[in-house]
Design a protein around this ligand. Sequence first.
Ligand SMILES: [Zn+2]
Length: 227
Amino acid sequence: MTISELSAEIQAVRTKIAVLGQLLYEKRLTDAAGGNISARVSSHICITPRYSGQRRRWRLSAEEVLVTDLQGNVMHGEGAISRESKVHLRVYADFPEARAIIHAHPLHVLAFCVMRQPIPPVLEATLKFGVIGVTQFAPAHSSELASLVSEALRGQETRMKQQAAAVLAPWHGIFCVGCDLDSVFDAVERIETNAKLILMLRSAFGEAALQESQQALARSVEHWRKS
Ligand SMILES: [Zn+2]
């Protein structure tokens, strides 16, 4: 890749991150309190700046999306990277498969984070993420959280390569890591829908009926695989 091709790609990724940040907020997949979006381009990381939600309500321009090196040193753009960027940097360092990351606070996913409950797939569209687990607690901006998220992603490299893998941080939010920005955004939205459905279905039909549906989904998929 030539330098001008690289800078064109970085610019395109910054634009995409700005657009997705606004969409994430508009679709209530995160709040003004937090979240961050990043993507790796060669040895650069494009990442939303600190206070993207709190001060800008996720209305970022492409130029406001920062470009850093793999250690998080800002190379282009004004301001500081988010304090939650430690998780992003660590995951990119540990997994070559990781090309894009969204950390978000979607309301129904947060219910599972608060109760420290994993999110099982209840839709065909979320089977590919498996059961999304919850890490141990570490504070939002700590290096310990970065280690815990990285450990939880270990063994999920194929999911990252194919679309995305996700992990929940207790009392906090979701980290979704995947092969590109579109795939990761799509994953966050699917997982939030899945989480909302679990809560709705439990109260409408009861836990036993929901479990029966999950088992029937697994059996049906298996049946089609064999036939
Ligand atoms: Zn957060």
